[in-house]
Ligand binder design. Sequence first.
Ligand code: PMP
Length: 377
Amino acid sequence: MTTATAMRIPEPPTTPSAGRVYNFSAGPACMPESVLLQLREELMDMHGTGIGLLEQSHRASTYDRILAEAFESVRACAGLGDDWEVLFLPGGSMQHFSLIAMNFVPKDGWVAFADTGLWSHKGEKETACVRATKKTFDGATCRFDHVPADSEIADCAGATYFCYCSNNTVEGTQFARPPRVAAPLVCDATSDIFSRPYDLAAHELIFCSGQKNLGASGITMVLARKSWLERADRSLPPLLSYSNFAKTESRPNTPPTFGVRVIGLMSKWTHDFGGPAAFGPRNKAKAAHIYAAIDRSGGFYRPSMRGDCRSDMSISFQLPSDALVDRFVAESEREGLCGLRGHREWGGIRACVYNAFPAKGCALLAEFMDGFAKKNG
Ligand code: PMP
């Protein structure tokens, strides 16, 4: 085998298998079928032990292996060095807005926030329950139509950290690169982790719920610089303490074992198909089909975000009326294009096309959009 052949990166499947639809859901979201099939087998018998995945003790050697594989795959996928810690914690990322503040911000400290959409807006409110916050960018003033350039962010000097969301799942905007501000960076990467090459090293801590590019809901993965973790408040109750999660290899009590396995398999799948470096261009090409249909619709489809901030993960646009949204959702579903209704607080249509979303679905949606606009425009 030549080196070139050995190094060729495989392409993930571009269509779902018979009986499955194109699932554009924002999360829990579409997963790779190979991962689902492996989980199906493992549910009955994990590694030939005669004990299923959900039945394995979290102190058994089988779980030691599950955990080690998950850490290894995440590290490989993220390209993390030894100076980074990987944590798996129960619950969604929303609860980490307050937890991170409790762990790292002194009682008289404050957190700088970029309010760029629903999730960072809610996150700021969660954080404000435990520590002082300051919006250093308020997206409400531009109807969340873009993420800020560095020059639009107010001075963050003195903040313990600057918290932002790399991909705004509801509004469909995405940061092209981490902001450069005068405070350490903490990022909610729930809806675009591992979707493209991104400068993770610019951050001190990155957190993300599992239910998109990592698979299962109800679990959060935290990537944290070890030197930053050392600063965590050790007087917190152990089950709220990041340093305790690090010390106990993310099992201070019974961990979300299923979610850890799913994250391990999803990260391995992502890595096997080339990792963020290969998924970046794939995801861009997938999203481009849908943006092209928006752009050629002559204003029928109305994206609310600026062209330079378009997300490759969550594509959001409005239609001329709510009745047309209902019709779009009903008719697309009949074509096997499912889960397209926008977030209940934002309306319109949203197509989430995470790493595992099969590419052909984006071309089919674009074709459907062309026909729908012609009929109803
Ligand atoms: N942040 C972002 C960017 C999200 O998209 C979501 C959920 N869609 C959340 C946070 C909240 O995640 P959870 O419901 O798992 O707490």
